[in-house]
Structure formats: structure tokens, C-alpha cells
Design a binder for this molecule. Structure first.
Ligand code: ADP
Length: 608
């Protein structure tokens, strides 16, 4: 049932209810007032009739029809009421409705209730249907007393009864009923007409709102409602329009963002895939499609079905299990140079977990790196022989007892020094190239850190003595062994201690200590907790804050002049870092300018 019908029925209901209540109330009122009026009229007429009859009636015992009935008829005509006179035996001597024989045949009236009441209580009143007149009457009876002796004694001589028809009351009630019926019909018509017009005011805007929401649902975002009033419905319509405006703005904004994102994803050099929890591809950008040679029907297909790369699957599983970003370098068969950096990022979209897979083709970078490394290695290799020759000749020249000037000797010493520095640089470069290319194979052997003490002392004793520096070796015998390539790890220690000596003024102290770390003690640690950390601490010049992150870069030197003077190549820390990384270890430093530096080397010992 729609609102209009509901409202119309309610209006009709209210009108009918009011009319019915009015009918009941007015009916009762009317009946009551008319009845009171008739009763009072009857009382007056009965009193007058009584007074008249006291005067005119013959003496008791002399009653005759001929004497009484005409009297009664006269009274009835004057009062326009039915008048009856009954004697104490119940004989009716006069009645306005009966004459002659009919009067004589009237039955005994002593048992009429109003007559009985009159004799008992002084007056009697009854509504009754009269067989005589075939209508409903109200009867009022009152006894008639006459003064029979001069001392005032009264004798009852009969009863006079006056009656008025109740027709007037009934007619009035009938009229009222007719009036109410008429009013109901009129009210009904009015209610219908009124509800049609009034509900239109309410339902019209609601219909418009309904149409609008239907259009919005169907996708017509431009649909709006006309606002024709300032009432609550007008306000509602206005709010709906505002809401639609906001929705449109949001959709426009989202569409714009979507378009922008689509452009970025289409034009970007990286392949981007979206994979759901069941490893099914839900999206792939053009680059990803070409990188993985995805078929047109890739959406909803499992990644493993299309591209059988186990590493990719493993990476996805890692991201799924750890719920964090997973990264790996993977060889993707479909790429021309099959090297790619793949990052899997878990993203929560609503209920489901999704994964963004970003494939970055690094084959070109790798190729360039290889070319550069090859070039450095080749150049270094080519320089090695001439440098050895130059050094050899210079050394020979110096060792010969030939006569030469002081300047000539200085020149030869300079040639020898520079040639030696160059050869150090060349061998460092070659070492670095070897490490970078991954050609160096680790010959791991379990050894205790203290086994490095003697060889180190052999290398540095002369210089330590010369510079009055103290080398403290504080490594406990109880430490477990580490599995390292002895020669390479020795180089790490040598490079670090060499630096400590170089950059510590005379009379300083260099301390080598070690400990086991069972927790991720240092920020950035991403490897297992069980490692041995070696600390090489000096009381030297320190490294400024801004240079600290860069000292492991090749050729980076804080103070170029000083480093060169010290015979540094700028490759020592880069080599140390590469060796440590090859051992799956970490290297980092802490330093305070002017107070000294500590270099930390962490090597996992779990696989010893
Ligand atoms: P170099 O051969 O010049 O020493 P490194 O790679 O070994 O090259 O070191 C790079 C730079 O880091 C050095 O030039 C120096 O400025 C700085 N450095 C390294 N170790 C220390 C140290 N213990 N104290 C102060 N500065 C250092």
C-alpha cells in the first residue's frame, strides 16, 4: 500500500470517527433535552387538567359518561394531548381517544403502572406503546383530591392521566441520524479530495527522490531533484542533492586518480602485478605482461600456471608468511637479460590479502657494471707488468753503486715510491674486482680469532714501535671458533688495523676485542642473532658524522691529502666490506671526531 492510500484511509478514518462520536453525543443530548421538555409539559398539563377537573367533575358516585367524557375531550383538544380520567375502581369515564361504546368497553386502568405509581407516590410516569393509538406515548398520571368538608379534609376522587406522543423525540433522532449520514458522505468525499491534494504535496517530492536514487543507482550521477519548497521535504531534497554533489566530486576525484594511476602504471618501466591470496593474478601492467609474456586471459589465472618460476612463487610465499615486504633478485626466463629485482609487498584490500609484485629489470645495469668491472680489471692487469718493470729498474738503479747526483737519487726514490703506490692501487683494484665479480671462492676453515694475533703482530710490530702506538689484543680464548676464509679475514683485520694505525697520532692505543652477540643488538641487523662481533677501536682523529656512511665507498677519503700521504689507496674499507659481506657478515662503525673510531665486524658463527 503506497503512502497516498495510507494517508487517504487515515483521513477517512478520522472523519468517520469524529462524525460517529458527534452522532452519539448529539443523539444523547437531543434525546435527553426533548424528553425533559415533554415531561415538564406533561407535568404542567396534568396540573391544569387536575385543577379543571376538581372544579368541573360531578360529585363522587354521580359519575356518568355523558358528564365526564365531553369535559375530557375539551381538555384534550385545548392541550393537544391525550387525557384520560379514571375513577378509584379503575373505570375510565373519559378519554380523548375513545368515545361512546368504545369508551365503555375500555378495560380497567387501575393496574396501569403509571396509575399505580400515582396512587402510591403522588405521580407516575411511563413510556409505553399504546395499543389504542398504535404509537409510543409518555404517560403522566396524578391523583385528584377534592375538598369535601369545610375543615379542609380532602377525598381522592380519581386519577387524571395526560399523555403526549414520543414521536417528536424519535423523529428528531431520525433527522439527526440522516444528517450525520449525509455529513459522513460529504466528509468522505472531502477527505478523499483533501487527501489527494495534500498527499500530493508530500508524495511528489518523495517520488522525485525515489526516481533520483534509482537513477543514481543505475549510474546516472548527474541526476538531481528539483527543490520547490522550504519545508522539511525541501530540506531533505536539498540534502540529497548535496549528497549527490559530494558523491560526484568523490567519483570525479577517484576517476582522476584512477586515470593518473593507470597512466603511471602503463608508462612505468617496472612490471607491476597484483596477486590475490590464492596466487591468482588480478592485474598486470603492460610492462609486466611483456616481461612475463602473460596471455590475454591472465586475469584470475594462478601465477605459477602461467610462469613457472619457482623463485617467484617462493618469494610470494615468504611475503605471505612474514606479512612483510619480500625482496629477491630473480632470473626471469622471459627477459632478454634475465635479471630482475622483484619486490613483493602485501597489501590488505578489505577482507582479502593482496600482493603487489614489482619487477625491476636490472639486466642493463648489471651489464654496465660488468663492463665497468671488466674494464677496471683489464686496465689493472695491463698496468701490472709495466709497473713491475718500472719498480724493478728503479730498485736496480738505486742498488747500483753508480755515481749520480743527489737530485738524480731523489728522482729515482720518487719513481720507486710512486710505482710502489701504483702497484698497491693496482693490486687493490684487482682484488676488489675479483671480490665484486664473485670469482673468489671462500675457503672457510673454523679458526679461533686469536690465531690472527701473531701474523698481525708480525705485520705491524715495526710500525707500532716507530709510532709508539700500543696494540691491545683483548680476545678471550673461551670464544667459539668462526668459520672464515683465513687469508681474506686476515686482510679485513689488516686493513682495519692499518687504518687505525694510520689515523691515530703517536702514543695512541688500538684495541682489538670480540664478543658474542645473541640479539639483534645493532640497528639494521637483519641476519640471525648468533654472531661474533670484532671491535677495532682506536684513539685517533675520528671520522666526521657526514663522512661516516661513505667511508666504505671505493676511493672515498675524508682528507684526500692526508690519506695519500699515508699511502692509502682509498680501497681498504671497500675491500674489507666486500670480504665481510661474502661471509654473510656485517661491518659498521662508530666514531667521534677527535676522540677515535670503532669499526665493528660481525660474522655469524652458527654454521661453524
Ligand atoms: P685509505 O686507503 O685512504 O685508508 P680506506 O678505504 O681504508 O682508504 O679508508 C677510507 C677513508 O676512511 C680514509 O681515507 C680515512 O679518511 C677514513 N678512515 C678509515 N679508517 C679510519 C680511522 N680508523 N680513523 C679515521 N679515519 C679513518
Amino acid at each position: 500500500m503506497n503512502i497516498r492510500t495510507q494517508l487517504t484511509l487515515r483521513y477517512i478514518g478520522i472523519v468517520l470517527l469524529v462524525l460517529f462520536a458527534m452522532y452519539l453525543y448529539l443523539g444523547a443530548m437531543l434525546k435527553d433535552s426533548m424528553s425533559t421538555r415533554i415531561t415538564s409539559e406533561l407535568e404542567i398539563q396534568a396540573a391544569l387538567t387536575r385543577e379543571f377537573l376538581i372544579e368541573k367533575l360531578p360529585a363522587k358516585g354521580n359519575f356518568t359518561y355523558a358528564a365526564i367524557d365531553p369535559l375530557i375531550n375539551r381538555l384534550g383538544k385545548t392541550g393537544k394531548a391525550r387525557v384520560t380520567f379514571i375513577d378509584l375502581d379503575g373505570v375510565v369515564w373519559g378519554d380523548t381517544e375513545r368515545d361512546g361504546q368504545a369508551l365503555r368497553e375500555m378495560d380497567n386502568h387501575l393496574k396501569r403502572p403509571e396509575v399505580e405509581d400515582a396512587l402510591q407516590f403522588g405521580s407516575g410516569i411511563r413510556d409505553r406503546y399504546s395499543d389504542t393509538t398504535q404509537t409510543e406515548f409518555r404517560y403522566y398520571a396524578t391523583p385528584i383530591y377534592r375538598q369535601t368538608s369545610p375543615n379542609g379534609a380532602e377525598t381522592l376522587i380519581g386519577i387524571c392521566r395526560v399523555a403526549l406522543p414520543m414521536k417528536a423525540v424519535n423523529t428528531a433522532i431520525d433527522n439527526l441520524r440522516r444528517m450525520v449520514l449525509l455529513a459522513s458522505v460529504a466528509g468522505l468525499i472531502l477527505a478523499i479530495v483533501f487527501s489527494i491534494f495534500s498527499t500530493r504535496i508530500i508524495t511528489k517530492p518523495i517520488e522525485k527522490l525515489t526516481q533520483m536514487t534509482e537513477s543514481l543507482t543505475a549510474g546516472d550521477i548527474n541526476s538531481r531533484v528539483p527543490i520547490n519548497s522550504k519545508n522539511e521535504l525541501g530540506q531533505l531534497s536539498r540534502n540529497f542533492n548535496l549528497m549527490a554533489d559530494r558523491v560526484q566530486e568523490q567519483i570525479d576525484r577517484i576517476s582522476e586518480e584512477h586515470r593518473r594511476l593507470e597512466t603511471i602504471l602503463t608508462d612505468m618501466g617496472e612490471g607491476v602485478l597484483l596477486v590475490n591470496g590464492a596466487s591468482e593474478i588480478t592485474y598486470a601492467n603492460p610492462m609486466a605482461i611483456s616481461m612475463l609474456s602473460l596471455p590475454n586471459t591472465y586475469v584470475g589465472k594462478a601465477l605459477i600456471e602461467i610462469n613457472r618460476i619457482p623463485e617467484l612463487q617462493t618469494l610470494l610465499q615468504t611475503a605471505e608468511q612474514t606479512e612483510t615486504v619480500a625482496f629477491a633478485e630473480i632470473r626471469l626466463g622471459n627477459l632478454t637479460e634475465p635479471e630482475a629485482e622483484v619486490t613483493v609487498v602485501p597489501v590488505a584490500t578489505g577482507e582479502e590479502e593482496e600482493y603487489v609484485v614489482v619487477i625491476h629489470d636490472v639486466s642493463k645495469e648489471r651489464q654496465l657494471e660488468r663492463i665497468r668491472a671488466d674494464f677496471v680489471a683489464n686496465v689493472s692487469h695491463e698496468l701490472r707488468t709495466p709497473l713491475t718493470t718500472i719498480r724493478g729498474y728503479a730498485e736496480t738503479l738505486l742498488s747500483e753503486d753508480a755515481t749520480r747526483t743527489k737530485t738524480q737519487e731523489q728522482f729515482v726514490v720518487k719513481i720507486l715510491n710512486h710505482a710502489s703506490r701504483l702497484s698497491r692501487l693496482v693490486s687493490d683494484l684487482l682484488e676488489l674486482s675479483r671480490l665484486e665479480s664473485g670469482d673468489v671462492e671462500l675457503k672457510r676453515t673454523p679458526c679461533h680469532l686469536n690465531t690472527f694475533y701473531e701474523p698481525i703482530l708480525d705485520v705491524f710490530e715495526p710500525i707500532l714501535e716507530e709510532s709508539e702506538l700500543v696494540l691491545k689484543w683483548e680476545v678471550s680464548d673461551s670464544l667459539p671458533k668462526v668459520s672464515v676464509d683465513h687469508q681474506l679475514f686476515m686482510q679485513v683485520l689488516v686493513n682495519l688495523i692499518d687504518n687505525a694505525i694510520k689515523y691515530t697520532p703517536d702514543s695512541g692505543t688500538i684495541t682489538v676485542s670480540a664478543e658474542i652477540s645473541t640479539s639483534e643488538a645493532f640497528e639494521g641487523a637483519n641476519i640471525a642473532s648468533e654472531e661474533i662481533i670484532v671491535h677495532i677501536k682506536d684513539t685517533g682523529i675520528g671520522i666526521p658524522m657526514e663522512s661516516q656512511p661513505r667511508v666504505f665507498e671505493r676511493f672515498y677519503r675524508v682528507d684526500k691529502g692526508r690519506a695519500r700521504e699515508m699511502g692509502g689507496t682509498g680501497l681498504g674499507l671497500a675491500i674489507a666490506k666486500h670480504i665481510v659481506l661474502r661471509h654473510n657478515g656485517r661491518i659498521w662503525l662508530e666514531s667521534t671526531l677527535g676522540a677515535g673510531s670503532v669499526f665493528h665486524v660481525a660474522i655469524p658463527y652458527t654454521d661453524v
